[in-house]
Each structure stands twice: as structure tokens, then as C-alpha cells.
Write a protein that binds this ligand. Structure first.
Ligand code: GUN
Length: 281
């Protein structure tokens, strides 16, 4: 078997085309969706992610406001900046790129963002609403993963999903979203014993470990759908995921590539959340 490749790049392009039309229609009603993106310091990967987000905004006609601040910014100054954006009616979404410098409390910053503008879906109120299945901004990477599975009509209800990774940004929420879709969810992590015994039972395997080539074919059940969330840069400069692509594609029924898989969908769901926020006004 050779897996069907789920191209996040193609799905993102078609969703962004639809969004462009929607943003044009909104602008005729005098609504221009606006996203403020705050980047602290010089973290190279963060810079590149933020550039991608700002470019994607331009592509669909969302007004983006990139605010760059030095590494040594005081926490209070950052909190005051967020406060002013909370009160700016032209800003519908606020995103503070993570990670933050050590002297700044990530929790304090995330909690300062108004839940009405929390397009990253990281605020405890957003997370709580997601947990109880209430409408809210969904975190972009997990949301993008669910959209990728649905785009191929992969059945979720009753299926066994195994998530490797338990981060607050990806692992935990993607399991919750799939539980909301009536999947049966198992989490694996660095302390899990006999991990392969669990992953080999997965109908859908989601890999968000952050280690290049962590999952080879021996982790995967024949016919499983495998979603690779990892983005790792090798010494050669090449990007690769957490999954050994060439091996796993011979076992899986569906597989996402890196690059061109989950990454473009994360940004697309951020655009989606910003448009939803603008429509709410
Ligand atoms: N750092 C890594 N991924 C993300 C993300 O989705 N949002 C923000 N704000 N920071 C990140």
C-alpha cells in the first residue's frame, strides 16, 4: 500500500481563496479584519513563523499589524501593549508569538489577551469552552488537523486516535477536539511504557513530539492515517517531520508531508479565526 498524501498546502490554498472572497465582501460592508502579531526578541524560528502569518494575512486581505519588541522588554510594558490592542476596535485578533523570554510569564500574557480576540485559542477561557464543546476560538494547529482529516472524509466517530505528545498547544487540544468528534483518544508521551503497543492500535496516529524521524513504520498499524505535526531542521538545513515519511507511506492509508502538511493549515485556521472575530464585531 502507498498512502494518499494529504497536502495541507493545497487544502490551505483552496480555503484561503474562499476567505479572500469573504474578506472582499466584508470590506464592502466597511469591515476589514485586523490581526495584531507581537514578536518579542530575535528567535529565528519565531521570526520565520511570524513572517509567514503576516504574508498569509496579505494574501487574503486581512490587515496585519506586526509589532516587534526587544528581548528585554518589561513584562508590564507588554501587558500594557496587549491592553491597548484589546481596546482597539480595528484589531479583531491578537497573537503573541511563543516562546517568550524567560523573564516574562507566558500565562500572564495569554490571560491578558481578551478572550474575544484570542484567535490563537490559548486563553484558559477558550480552552475551557473547547473542553465542554462550547463554541469558541479553537487552537489553530489542532483545528487544522481536524480539517485535514475531514477533507478526506476520514471517519472519526468511534475510531481510536493515538496522540504522541502532550503540549498545551498541540497534543492536549488535538485529543480533546477529536474526543468532541466522538473518537476514542489515547495520549502517549515521554513517560509512556510500551508506546508501540498503543500506537499500533491507532486508526489515526497524530505525532507531535518534536524529534526528527521519531516514528518509523514499526509504530504504525497497516491502513492507519498518520498526521505528522513535527517541524525539525536537520544539520543539512533540510526540514523534516517526526515521521519517517518514506517508510510510513508504505504502511499508512493517509499521511501528511513536512513541509506542506500541517504548517500551512495552522496559519489558515488563524486567518479563519480572525475573520470570525471581525464578523462578530
Ligand atoms: N509558537 C509555536 N506555535 C505557535 C502558535 O500557534 N501561536 C503562537 N502564538 N506561538 C506559537
Amino acid at each position: 500500500m502507498s498512502a494518499t498524501i494529504i497536502s495541507g498546502k493545497e487544502l490551505a490554498a483552496s480555503k484561503r481563496q474562499e476567505m479572500k472572497v469573504e474578506v472582499e465582501q466584508l470590506s464592502k460592508k466597511g469591515i476589514v479584519p485586523g490581526l495584531a502579531v507581537i514578536l518579542i526578541g530575535e528567535h529565528p524560528a519565531s521570526k520565520s513563523y511570524v513572517t509567514g502569518k503576516v504574508k498569509a494575512c496579505e494574501e487574503v486581505g486581512i490587515r496585519s499589524l506586526l509589532i516587534e519588541k526587544p528581548e528585554d522588554i518589561a513584562e508590564e510594558e507588554l501587558l500594557n501593549l496587549i491592553d491597548s490592542l484589546n481596546n482597539d476596535k480595528d484589531v479583531h485578533g491578537i497573537l503573541v508569538q511563543l516562546p517568550l523570554p524567560k523573564h516574562i510569564s507566558e500565562r500572564a500574557v495569554i490571560e491578558k489577551i481578551s478572550p474575544e480576540k484570542d484567535v490563537d485559542g490559548f486563553h484558559p477561557i477558550s480552552i475551557g469552552k473547547m473542553m465542554i464543546g462550547e463554541e469558541t476560538f479553537l487552537p489553530c494547529t489542532p483545528f487544522g488537523i481536524v480539517e485535514m482529516l475531514k477533507s478526506k472524509e476520514i471517519k472519526l466517530e468511534g475510531k481510536h486516535v493515538v496522540v504522541i505528545g502532550r503540549s498545551n498547544i498541540v497534543g492536549k487540544p488535538v485529543g480533546q477536539l477529536l474526543l468532541n468528534e466522538n473518537a476514542t483518544v489515547t495520549y502517549c508521551h515521554s513517560r509512556t511504557e510500551n508506546m508501540k503497543d498503543l500506537t499500533k492500535q491507532a486508526d489515526i496516529l497524530i505525532v507531535a513530539v518534536g524529534k526528527a524521524n521519531f516514528v518509523d513504520a514499526s509504530y504504525v498499524k497497516e491502513g492507519a492515517a498518520v498526521i505528522d505535526v513535527g517541524v525539525n531542521r536537520l544539520d543539512t538545513g533540510k526540514l523534516c517531520g517526526d515521521v519517517v515519511f518514506d517508510e510510513v507511506k508504505e504502511v499508512a492509508s493517509y499521511l501528511t508531508p513536512v513541509p506542506g502538511g500541517v504548517g500551512p493549515m495552522t496559519i489558515t485556521m488563524l486567518l479563519h479565526n480572525t475573520i470570525i472575530s471581525a464578523k462578530r464585531g
